[in-house]
Design a protein around this ligand. Structure first.
Ligand SMILES: [Zn+2]
Length: 316
């Protein structure tokens, strides 16, 4: 279906989709959202349980949503001036170091590809610590920022572009930090990732977890639903199913504690914008409690707010 935007001269195309994992058309609506651009349903597949957006913006027009004023992809580079922006910037600084240490503790390696590298802070951390770092980023603006600021080898484009070539043919480590939930065709993307990964390589995927405690607590206000930019909403079980089709399996997983803080912080911010009668002390108290409970519940590997997955190939 095609919806006319209320905004003059801008048009977004919507498409209906079967389950991106099992191709079944059977699904159940979980949440419905409406904004000036259209209506979106987060649905759950009746067969494989994957949650996904349907209808969704087409790949050729979804970029409009990334250009929306409220989307802040460059927050990490220091443009966030609000209290929330400053807190997030501090968290990001520690987050990249935490990620590097987690990877180095699990696997020694020389080469790394970060898919959806954004403005390049994580890759810069890896490059500074002796890794040969390559990046892939759809945004021209973010790619240029990463090249100029950190002198990184960044390609601009999408993972499923067939003519995309890197200076290294197979990487020891490939990372996808909060990327797979944005992809229209996850099976094709993971097939491509598999060909770029060394046979004994490590794929790291980080994803929000729609079965987490805070997702269940905040429901439709949970920031990681991020409609309509997030097209897929994984649980550890649905990711396992998708990876199996791509010839890969999860070797290890754990929660990402800083992401829990971020998800609760921004979810509270969303609620306060919608319902200003909530007082700041009330929201701060609720947020603190939810973060603490989410961390405890997240010690169960399947319930973390965001989960970091360590993935290996099951076929060459
Ligand atoms: Zn399905």
């Amino acid at each position: 279906m095609i919806d006319e935007l209320h905004t003059a001269a801008i048009q977004v195309e919507f498409e209906n989709t079967a389950c991106p994992n099992c191709a079944s058309a059977g699904n159940k609506s979980v949440y419905t959202f409406t904004d000036k651009f259209g209506s979106y349903n987060v649905v759950r597949c009746k067969y494989c349980q994957l949650s996904y957006l349907n209808p969704r913006p087409t790949k050729s027009t979804i970029g409009i949503y990334y250009e929306a004023a409220q989307y802040t992809p460059f927050l990490s580079s220091g443009s966030g001036r609000s209290l929330f922006g400053r807190v997030y910037t501090v968290i990001r600084k520690y987050s990249v170091r935490w990620k590097r240490k987690k990877i180095e503790r699990y696997r020694a390696g020389h080469s790394i590809l970060d898919i959806g590298c954004g403005t390049g802070e994580f890759l810069s951390e890896m490059q500074s610590n002796g890794w040969t770092a390559c990046g892939l980023e759809p945004s021209q603006e973010a790619s240029e920022f990463a090249r100029k600021t950190y002198h990184l080898d960044i390609k601009t484009g999408f993972i499923d572009h067939k003519d995309l070539e890197f200076s290294i043919s197979r990487f020891d480590v490939i990372t996808m930090w909060h990327v797979l939930e944005h992809v229209h065709m996850p099976l094709q993307a993971l097939d491509r990732v598999c060909t770029l990964l060394a046979d004994d390589g490590l794929l790291i995927i980080a994803l929000p977890n729609i079965s987490s405690f805070d997702a269940c607590a905040y429901k439709r206000d949970w920031v990681a639903l991020d409609v309509p930019r997030h097209l897929l909403h994984f649980t550890p079980d649905t990711l396992k199913s998708v990876l199996h089709k791509a010839g890969m399996e999860i070797a290890k997983q754990h929660q990402m504690p800083l992401d829990t803080v971020f998800n609760c912080l921004i979810s509270e911010k969303k609620i306060m914008e919608k319902a200003p009668w909530y007082t700041i002390p009330f929201c701060q108290l609720r947020m603190t409690l939810l973060i603490l409970i989410s961390w405890i519940v997240g010690l169960n590997n399947k319930r973390g707010s965001s989960v970091m997955y360590y993935i290996r190939k099951t076929k060459s």
